[in-house]
Design a protein around this ligand. Structure first.
Ligand SMILES: NC(=O)c1ccc[n+]([C@@H]2O[C@H](COP(=O)([O-])OP(=O)(O)OC[C@H]3O[C@@H](n4cnc5c(N)ncnc54)[C@H](O)[C@@H]3O)[C@@H](O)[C@H]2O)c1
Length: 294
């Protein structure tokens, strides 16, 4: 299979690219390196094209596209640019997949659920808090309209963590930021009062779901573990893995809390039945594996 991975120099994209290549497939990466890093592709043997896919997208025949490229920081400073770049990129990817009758898997986000009820189900009412969430929901709506005419699968990733995320800076996961502080012997700092909840999913499980999506029926699926873990609890798990006893220091959130998701937790029933996806890693097992790579 000849697969194009957009955003393949980024966190999730590079993990997908390396796994697909390991499985013996031909992989082409396209990335504008706006947040992607060359070092994420150190072991990658395939072709890497440096290009902004929101401008145009031409490539020789491919069998599948895995579309990870996007402005991924929900706090990106310009909503208009965010929407335009993410949606133009998506349009160009759809056009390319249609041209070659290729399978298309794209990254949506749990951001579309905002502060809606948990566990979050694919068809529940959406709560759009940011332009980022709006860009992802627009993709999902366009994908729904296209599903009759092509293979198109959207994956609503929850909070992914793991190797290759350091290049993201502030938008990297809480697992990464808290582990970094604790590994440096510093008190982990979290917003008051640490009871914000996230469905933390290890990038290896996220890659597994993404590859399963190539053979799943068109549609939109949650990619999470189904388990919500508070930041306070996450610090406890990090303490257990590191053999430390840090207590969190709480501070006021510098963000506009009306745009902040307080609790995310996936309902994974649809992913289990249609995507055939079940995560392999518990939070603790994943952190144990990841901690030495931070
Ligand atoms: N990491 C998470 O927890 C998470 C959660 C939900 C959804 N997602 C989605 O998953 C996808 C991958 O996210 P990530 O965490 O790996 O982020 P990332 O920022 O590491 O990866 C995005 C990649 O896309 C590239 N890119 C951005 N705009 C581009 C453009 N116009 N043309 C070409 N390349 C471009 C960047 O340089 C980067 O390499 C994104 O679509 C993101 O919205 C991620």
């Amino acid at each position: 299979m000849r697969t194009l991975i957009t955003g393949g120099a980024g966190f999730i994209g590079s993990n997908v690219a390396l796994e697909l290549e390991k499985q013996g497939h031909e992989v082409i990466v396209i990335d504008d390196f706006s947040t992607g890093k060359k070092e994420n592709l150190k072991e990658f043997k395939g072709k890497v094209i440096n290009h902004d896919i929101s401008l145009s997208l031409e490539i020789e025949k491919i069998d599948a596209v895995i579309h990870e490229a996007a402005i991924t920081d929900p706090r990106f400073q310009d909503d208009t640019i965010m929407l335009k770049k993410n949606l133009d990129g998506f349009q160009n990817v759809v056009h390319l997949a249609k041209k070659y009758n290729a399978k298309l898997v794209y990254a949506s986000s749990a951001g579309v659920y905002g502060n809606g009820p948990v566990p979050m189900k694919e068809d529940q009412e959406k709560d759009i808090l940011t332009a980022y969430g709006k860009s992802k929901l627009t993709m999902d709506e366009q994908a729904k309209a296209l599903a009759e005419s092509m293979h198109i699968v959207g994956l609503r990733y929850f909070n992914v963590f793991g190797p290759h995320e350091s290049g993201k800076g502030r938008p990297a996961s809480m697992v990464y930021h808290l582990a970094k502080q604790m590994l440096a012997g510093k008190t982990p700092r979290i917003f008051k009062m640490g009871e914000q909840i996230r469905d933390h999913i290890y990038v290896k499980d996220c890659v597994k779901a993404t590859l399963l999506a190539l053979d799943a029926p068109s549609g939109v699926y949650n990619v999470g573990t189904g388990i919500g873990t508070s930041f306070n609890k996450l610090i406890e798990v990090l303490n257990e893995v590191l053999g430390t006893d840090f207590k969190p220091e709480y501070f006021d959130s510098p963000y506009d809390m009306s745009t902040y998701q307080v609790n995310t937790q996936a309902d994974i029933e649809k992913a289990e039945s249609k995507l055939k996806f079940k995560p392999d890693y518990s939070l603790k097992e994943a952190i144990k594996e990841y901690i030495g790579m931070i």
